[in-house]
Design a protein. Sequence first.
Length: 185
Amino acid sequence: MTTQCAVFIATSLDGFIAREDGSIDWLNDANQTVPPGEDCGYGEFMADVDVLVMGRNTFEQVLTFTPWPYGSTPVMVMSRKGIELPPSVPASVSVSNESPAALIERLSRQGVQKVYLDGGQTIQSFLAAGLVNHITVTSIPVLLGKGKPLFGSLPADVKLQHKNTKAYPFGFVQSEYIVNHHNSQ
């Protein structure tokens, strides 16, 4: 399979991507400390993303953002039950109830080279299916104590090869990993 799946996400220092109720107020507060023009590599990452795949919960959070943050990048919302898209979303948004493997196989046949995975449950399901190739996690200097974890239980260990870590002067620490499928057990 030629399609690469990449994660680019922020967590609290204790590994949560949202509060238990889904709120990301702590992340919005932290983003206020980022100097103008600094995007922690997000623009460079997005430059070669062909499709963004996210879960329904993440999509509902994104609907609160104005303007629409992904421009014309195709967005695929994963939902087993299906959802009705509001008329306000761009035509580049669609819904899929496929398994991660079936979706990536279809996207690969369509020539998609890089998929950006976003949302805890989506990332966890693609990781469990052995489909994640790259993981970039930006740790935000806050402890939440409880919330929605980035990583859940897995059928086996997932071995990672460290690629890079960068510490930003405003306290964010970003680490990049390559998923080593050959050495996972």
